[in-house]
Design a protein around this ligand. Sequence first.
Ligand SMILES: Cc1cc2nc3c(=O)[nH]c(=O)nc-3n(C[C@H](O)[C@H](O)[C@H](O)COP(=O)(O)OP(=O)(O)OC[C@H]3O[C@@H](n4cnc5c(N)ncnc54)[C@H](O)[C@@H]3O)c2cc1C
Length: 389
Amino acid sequence: MEDPMQLTTVRQDEEFRERVRTWLAEHVPSEPPPPHGPGLRAFDMAWQRAQYDAGYAGVSWPAEYGGCGLGLVQQLIWFEEYARAHAPDIGCSFVGINHAGPTLIAEASDAQKSYHLRRILRGESAWCQGFSEPGAGSDLASLSMRGVMDGDELVITGQKIWTSFGDLADFQELLVRTEPSSQRHHGLSWIICDMRAPGIDVRPIRSMAGVPEFCEVFYDEVRLPLANVVGGLGNGWKVAMSTLSFERGTGFVREQLELARHVTEMAERMRAAGQAGRPAADGMLARVATAAAEVRAMYAMTLAMISRSARGQAGGTEASMIRLYYSELRQRVERLAIEMGGADALALAGEPAAIAAAYLDSFKVTIGAGTKDIQRNIIGERGLGLPKS
Ligand SMILES: Cc1cc2nc3c(=O)[nH]c(=O)nc-3n(C[C@H](O)[C@H](O)[C@H](O)COP(=O)(O)OP(=O)(O)OC[C@H]3O[C@@H](n4cnc5c(N)ncnc54)[C@H](O)[C@@H]3O)c2cc1C
């Protein structure tokens, strides 16, 4: 039967698919990633290096910067095959590959590009994002962390929060207020911060799923060279918007395909249980079938958006619609998995613990990369032309 989660493509693309499928089958790490910590960093960097050596690093990056220079269809094929091969989450490479690198390509000086881009692709440097502050999350323009000019340096003092992989990263895309009396979007700068600079204190935060996946970062008169500012002093808002547009780009297709696989596996478990004389509880079959239909609808929306985007016709709100749909669907699916597993799924050890962990982990997806309310505001205001709330 035709795989509904697989793009229909021309012969040249099918050859690419075959090549990628073969390489992934032979090279995807056989062990799961270690828990968060230096071991995870080493695992993620080695996997990134393996992709680089084979010519598959930076699938959305232009070839002139060492990327694969793939068109949108081949990028999708890569993500489809990546999910099919059960390849690991790119973890510590995520920020560098998916938004810091692309931002540098779009906005950085030649010197900044030549120092950083290859290091990201080769798995030699991990990046994190320092945008959110305790008083500035959804309303990023209200950020208050200051950078004061002193000769050819900026002296940074303040706090960031929710910095994913902050404890394992080498560099950070850091957004600070460099014009003292400026308000809102004005007077901000996007600067490359060396996470080992004196005066930085990184304190991991444990999420409700038990993973220290993000951190508070404190800066006490941290000195960064002005040469690290990307896109010009005071132009940080424009550069940050470029970063956010990449953060919500094709990299997120992998998560959708993972969710689709998860639903397929739930259906298979239900079928096997039925054959073993343990039919599903009332209503479960309909809920799994609905979830299966929903992941297909979501992927169809994504393909439609990418197809329009390739023709230069993408509407600005489609990415928000898909992000919102994905995040709420993922939470429904993880809840369904818990209900299917019954009391066993709440066990604290062994295989069932993974179901409980995935359920707890799913709460974050309606917050990170723009909360579900913010996505609704974007759809309402920019897509439907409704007045601001
Ligand atoms: C897993 C994860 C990883 C993250 N990683 C990073 C990272 O690496 N770097 C980084 O800088 N940040 C990171 N973040 C932070 C993320 O960007 C913020 O959590 C997000 O922007 C929301 O900000 P906030 O937490 O301050 O909540 P707030 O903005 O304070 O929102 C609180 C509540 O109010 C609602 N709300 C706020 N404004 C409006 C509005 N205008 N209309 C309607 N409702 C509204 C929100 O939807 C939410 O429910 C991460 C978050 C998560 C969950």
